[in-house]
Design a protein around this ligand. Structure first.
Ligand SMILES: Nc1ncnc2c1ncn2[C@@H]1O[C@H](COP(=O)(O)OP(=O)(O)O)[C@@H](O)[C@H]1O
Ligand SMILES: [Mg+2]
Length: 445
């Protein structure tokens, strides 16, 4: 896939790969990164035939595949590839945005006014929004593209209903706005659902957390503890949560509740995802479905573990209710230290009482470092309201989690809890290390 080129190139190309018949390069430009798309070349003859084929399509409605076959006969092989690519891109695909819609390495892409398409690349998210060489020339062109992407993703956008958010069949989220009453320019932002979620072993390989720490968190979630993963935006909370859930036994039922699809457990047979329906206008408020409503419904599905994509408000109450009747729970929370976390959980709108707070077993703090890597910084264990640090990255100190030991001791007799937890963590850490050695790690740009 990704190919790393030598340093002699000026300006330097970091990565080059293909998206269908188009080539994509991430290259250096003015101290920044630049996303370059090279689609199959449009020669004079290809252009001419495309015009004819489009004309035939409009007049006779001939099937695009048939058109491609018919016209290609008049072209040499590379021109035929180009013809087919451009024809299908226009008639079935996403026109200028085709590569952006299909490149799984893109995390989000956006156009908020005429100008270059901008994107966040999975290999270089720390560069934030980088520019591409694909440029939308005018407001009229942007209107057309927004409509095309929304419609070909299965939605509709009109001046009467100019703000839409839709979920495509591969769980990508398309947010579109048509200019006029609500905005100066039409705009579109597409958030791509991760195709290949990070495994826990991959996070170990990337140095996000040590194998023992990973093993402890894995055990905590498997033993139906109640875990909060805390950190700032983009620190890797959801990624860590996802990787822990993927470790769960196949006979677990995992219910995830989110506002936007981010958690991807397609590899787990027991996954049931539920998504909130957000009100897109005051009129739509009545048909909105909140995380709280989903959590109440979730309990009827008899889940083993319930995960909330990101807890923001009163849904925390429902999560604690689920925890109190024996479900395992896990969520992410936007906060960067223990004190802030406790303050957030106990004040409006979460409003947890101290007996509810006592249900939470572990708090994990993750940070994004200046070089773009992520690191689990601290883990606390809640011992009846006293939050004991059990892991601290700086000092390297790791204390065996007591609650996990107690839970293990309930199912296996003979050994002391601390012996059981030590053994189990060692066993799982070894397994993760072996897996991590096999993980292919794409060098960060
Ligand atoms: N451990 C990690 N190492 C490297 N990159 C990561 C890691 N975790 C996440 N990322 C990158 O950061 C992006 C945002 O991560 P995410 O888990 O959604 O953050 P958060 O939920 O904290 O906002 C991911 O799409 C991924 O590209
Ligand atoms: Mg998140």
């Amino acid at each position: 896939m990704a190919e790393l080129r030598g340093e002699r190139e000026v300006p330097r190309v970091f990565v080059e790969y293909h998206v269908g018949d188009a080539a994509v390069r991430l290259r250096q430009r003015d101290n920044n990164l630049f996303y370059e798309v090279e689609e199959p070349a449009l020669t004079e003859i290809v252009r001419k035939l495309l015009d004819q084929a489009m004309d035939e399509y409009v007049k006779k409605g001939t099937d695009p595949e048939k058109l491609a076959e018919k016209y290609s006969r008049r072209l040499d092989s590379s021109e035929a590839v180009s013809f087919r690519y451009h024809l299908l891109r226009e008639l079935r695909g996403f026109s200028k945005l085709h590569v952006f819609m299909h490149d799984d390495q893109i995390e989000d892409f956006t156009i908020t006014m005429p100008g270059p398409v901008r994107l966040i690349h999975r290999l270089a998210p720390h560069y934030e929004w980088i520019e591409s060489n694909v440029v939308v020339e005018s407001d009229e062109e942007l209107d057309k593209l927004v409509k095309l992407v929304v419609e070909r993703s299965g939605g509709s956008i009109t001046p009467a209903s100019p703000v839409v958010e839709i979920l495509t069949s591969n769980f990508d989220r398309v947010a579109g706005v048509l200019r006029g009453e609500v905005s100066f320019h039409s705009s579109i932002t597409v958030r791509k659902f991760p195709r290949r979620p990070y495994s826990l072993a991959r996070l170990v390989r990337l140095g996000t957390l040590k194998s023992e720490v990973a093993a402890a968190l894995w055990l905590a979630v498997e033993l139906k503890c109640n875990v909060i993963i805390a950190g700032l935006t983009g620190s890797g909370k959801t990624t860590l949560l996802n990787s822990l859930l993927l470790q769960l036994p196949k006979n677990y039922k995992i219910l995830t509740v989110e506002e936007h699809p981010e958690i991807n457990l397609k590899d787990h047979p027991g996954w049931l995802p539920l998504y909130a329906r957000l009100p897109t206008s005051p009129a739509a408020r009545q048909t909105a479905i909140s995380l709280t409503q989903l959590l109440k419904a979730a309990l009827r599905h008899r889940p083993t573990v319930i995960a909330v994509g990101e807890a923001r408000a009163e849904e925390v109450q429902d999560m604690i209710t689920a925890a109190s009747i024996g479900h395992g729970t896990a969520t992410t929370l936007h906060t960067d230290n223990l004190e802030h976390m406790l303050r957030r959980l106990t004040s409006h709108p979460m409003n947890l009482r101290s007996d509810q707070l006592a249900m939470i077993d572990y708090a994990v703090f993750i940070v994004k470092m200046p070089d773009g890597r992520r690191r689990v910084k601290e883990i606390y264990e809640n011992m009846s309201g006293k939050w004991e640090p059990i892991y601290d990255h700086e000092s390297g100190k790791f204390k065996l989690p007591e609650k996990i030991g107690e839970k293990l001791a309930m199912t296996s007799r003979g050994l002391e809890p601390h012996e059981l937890v030590a053994l189990e963590i060692r066993r799982r850490a070894e397994q993760l290390r072996a897996q991590a050695r096999r993980e292919e790690v794409v060098a960060a740009v």
